[in-house]
Write a protein that binds this ligand. Structure first.
Ligand code: CUA
Length: 437
């Protein structure tokens, strides 16, 4: 009877586990994850499918630890199992009898076990120390060829600056090239990333290339990486930094050296200007109506199948000027960009925008994502973002500080509408932003 009552909850537990497991599995299978990706652990943010020497070194070191600990587990487990079986009590009397004399003070066993533990730790320590040096800075032989980049974390996006690539400012003088959320680098060349933050601690992580290293206030941290070949890599902030931490993402786009040079030459030009004979009538019905303004339920942030199939090709396509560009609409958007005070937070080099609170938008139309890697940079997504930024990125400063302004402070703070955007205005702004290639 006793056994019966004990087994029932165990069955129930098993049933509950099976239910939870199958629910979890069906969630994985229906959430857009590809089955092969799940089992090969090769998703876009996999640390196991590496694409550069730093990530490879980190992965290899991890595997050394796995091999050593697996070896210890098997040996200790085997000894334990052997003694459990060999010395088990075989009768009622044996169970109740005094245990046999216990051994201790065997120098051979004790020194042997200490030596074995030390040896195993040394096996882990040697590659660990070697990789600490290796990942710390670009190897001496490649130093001359390294590209320096400064990455700065903001709540919640990344600013990238190329200190050695100077651009002429419209106001005269020169300044380093600045971009946001998409770091473009040449493949096959080491990149040394100086890590800074403007506010709280963030952490810089490109799982397939390198990481993660914290971006600390008042401290210059850095890491380096190299992409073995051209590719499109997913990056992620890896240190909790507030409401939108989990969606503080970025991309690294590694290009063939010639493509990179072409990209760089274009980046150094002032923002692209579109000439228009007249403005679009602001109140006119948008030429393209987006179903978009009804937001997805929840935060289904799926990107298009084309993008998923080949993100690097999708990124390259973004570099081209759109065929259906409407100059009047672009010009209207540019005017609205000033009128709605976007200019006070965003730079569009050569145009009116001079702000530095938000990402540099000089070439935002050529990026594959917006909102720090959360949304694919389609017209529909940009209009959704402008319509309700706080829906996609809770707590973001474009909404709290741009669309809304604070009155009072602390617990008494009240948010008041600063400006609104109607559908035709959003439509014009989207055209302007997408013209910035
Ligand atoms: Cu930035 Cu988490």
């Amino acid at each position: 009877m006793l056994h019966m009552t004990r087994t029932r909850p165990a069955h129930r537990k098993l049933f509950r586990f099976a239910t939870a497991f199958s629910a979890g599995l069906s969630l994985v299978l229906t959430s857009g994850c590809k089955l092969a990706e799940v089992f090969s652990l090769s998703g876009p943010q996999s640390t196991m499918v590496t694409a550069g020497p730093v990530a490879k070194a980190q992965w290899d070191l991890f595997m050394v630890t796995v091999y050593v600990t697996t070896f210890i587990f098997v040996v200790v487990g085997a000894v334990l199992a052997y003694t459990q079986i060999k010395f088990r009590a075989r009768s009622e009397a044996a169970e109740k009898s005094e245990p046999p004399p216990q051994g201790h003070g065997n120098p051979l066993i004790e020194i042997g076990l200490i030596a074995a533990s030390v040896a195993l730790l040394v096996i882990i320590a040697i590659p660990t120390v070697r990789d600490i040096w290796y990942t710390h800075d670009v190897p001496e032989a490649e130093k001359g060829n390294a590209l320096d980049v400064t990455a700065t974390g903001y709540q919640w996006w990344f600013r990238f600056e190329y200190p050695t690539e100077l651009v002429k400012l419209p106001t005269g003088g020169e300044a380093p090239l600045v971009t946001g959320n998409e770091l473009v680098v040449p493949a096959g060349r080491p990149v040394r990333v100086h890590l800074r933050t403007i506010d709280v601690i963030h952490s810089f992580w490109i799982p397939k290339l390198a990481g993660k290293v914290d971006m600390m206030p008042n401290r210059d941290n850095f890491l380096w990486f190299k992409a073995d070949r051209p590719g499109y890599f997913y990056g992620q902030c890896a240190e909790y930094c507030g409401e939108s931490h989990a969606i503080m993402r970025f991309r690294v786009i590694a290009l063939e050296p010639a493509d990179y040079d072409k990209w760089l030459a274009n980046q150094k030009q002032p923002a692209r200007s579109v000439t228009a004979k007249s403005l679009a009538v602001a109140a006119a019905t948008p030429r393209v109506q987006f179903a978009s303004l009804q937001l997805d339920d929840g935060r289904a942030l799926a990107s298009s199948p084309d993008f998923d199939a080949n993100p690097l090709a999708a990124w390259k396509k973004m570099q081209e000027v759109e065929k259906d560009e409407d100059p009047a609409l672009v010009a209207t958007g540019r005017k609205l960009f000033s009128e709605k005070t976007c200019v006070s937070c965003h730079t569009v080099r050569g145009h009116e925008g001079i702000g530095i609170t938000g990402p540099d938008l000089t070439r935002v139309g050529a990026r594959s994502t917006i909102a720090a890697g959360v949304l694919e940079n389609t017209k529909e997504r940009v209009s959704q973002w402008l319509h309700d930024p706080v829906h996609f990125k809770p707590g973001n400063k474009m909404y709290f500080g741009g669309y809304m302004v604070a009155e009072g402070a602390g617990d008494d703070v009240k948010w008041k509408q600063n400006f609104t955007l109607n559908d035709p205005e959003i439509n014009a702004l989207v055209s302007y932003l997408h013209s910035l290639k």
